[in-house]
Design a protein around this ligand. Structure first.
Ligand SMILES: NC(=O)c1ccc[n+]([C@@H]2O[C@H](COP(=O)([O-])OP(=O)(O)OC[C@H]3O[C@@H](n4cnc5c(N)ncnc54)[C@H](OP(=O)(O)O)[C@@H]3O)[C@@H](O)[C@H]2O)c1
Length: 307
């Protein structure tokens, strides 16, 4: 628990927000949580969090975290927060993956009310949060980062400050473009190896131990081997991030040929109606395109996170 404790407000308990708030509550933070669908926030009470009936209640907290979906959603909840009568937070820490432009607009909205703002998007999924491996990339005033840091550290061990303004947003956008492209590439080579006769688990066992293996290839391995596509990150949210990457590429005049192709492959997958499972169903789409009928291999494989 940080030395001079702050009261914390939390907006958004979806897949990510729930696990992040749970770590804060378990760590002993004084936490008041609001979610549009209240029932999703309620289990946080078991860790000592209080659940707000209205978004306006969160406005009176010292620090407010926000973890929703798109910039439109962030704007909606922030407008509602700022319309609350009475006390305003001193600092807003916005963790959703949004555009540089949206983030800059939010900074202006908050500055007009004298509220500090830290852009703090994250790398990792809900399982990564539970394993204590989430990382934040932050930008905004250094003083805001220093104030938020003890709480960021309660959620995940790594928090980098990359500079002023919205710089963290472009870092996160680049990260997720990489996520999409790597996943499609991993699907292609895994199925190429399979069609040539190598079981997926054997191929990925080698890749994971090679110099090309990563935390990410390891934690996607159970999905690729046993075809468990329980959602960690939706195709819809990945498409949003690839679009953000392509928009940034246009703005900064950087060609993004792989991002562009991957964006269309995600779109095709969504057009097939594969929207409710994990984005790793890119593997299934690639299998169809390769004339392969995939079966789970039913081999026990680790994810590099648990145990
Ligand atoms: N999943 C990942 O692996 C991952 C990793 C890194 C970053 N991210 C980013 O983190 C953010 C959250 O992702 P997630 O996977 O947690 O999404 P999610 O499970 O779909 O949760 C979205 C959350 O936002 C709330 N919300 C959405 N629109 C809203 C609105 N207009 N007003 C009020 N609340 C609204 C939802 O409330 P309800 O419960 O009422 O629907 C829910 O709490 C996204 O920006 C995503 O790109 C995700």
């Amino acid at each position: 628990m940080p030395g001079e404790a702050r009261s914390i407000g939390w907006i958004g308990t979806g897949r990510m927000g729930y696990e992040m708030a749970a770590r804060l509550a378990r760590g002993g933070a004084d936490l008041l949580v609001w979610n549009r669908t209240r029932a999703k926030a309620e289990p946080l009470a078991q860790y000592g969090a209080r659940i707000a009936d209205q978004l306006a209640d969160v406005a009176a907290r010292d620090l407010v975290f926000c973890m929703v979906s798109t910039w439109d959603d962030v704007k909606q909840v922030m407008n509602a927060l700022l319309a609350a009568p009475g006390k305003m937070p001193r600092l807003v820490i916005e963790c959703s993956s949004i555009s540089l432009e949206g983030s800059a607009e939010l900074r202006k909205m908050l500055a007009a009310r004298g509220i500090d703002y830290l852009a703090a998007p994250v790398s990792g999924n809900a399982k990564v949060i539970k394993a204590g491996r989430l990382s934040f990339v932050c930008s905004g005033p250094r003083s805001a980062f220093d104030e938020a840091l003890p709480y960021l550290k309660m959620i995940g061990p790594a928090a980098s400050w990359v500079g002023e303004g919205e710089l963290a947003r472009i870092v996160k956008i680049c990260h997720n473009v990489f996520l999409g492209v790597v996943t499609q590439s991993l699907a292609e080579v895994t199925l190429l190896a399979q069609k040539a006769g190598v079981p997926r688990h054997a191929f990925l066992d080698f890749i994971n131990q090679s110099v090309m293996g990563s935390t990410f290839t390891r934690y996607k391995t159970p999905a690729f081997v046993n075809l468990d596509f329980k959602v960690t990150f939706t195709p819809y949210l990945l498409r949003k991030d690839l679009d953000l990457g392509l928009d940034a590429g246009k703005h900064f005049e950087v060609p993004m040929p792989l991002a562009s192709m991957t964006r269309d492959l995600v779109q095709q997958m969504m057009g097939r109606g594969w929207t409710e499972q994990d984005f790793a169903t890119l593997l299934l789409q690639q299998a169809q395109a390769s004339g392969l009928a995939l079966e789970p291999e039913n081999v026990e494989v680790g994810d590099g996170l648990s145990g």
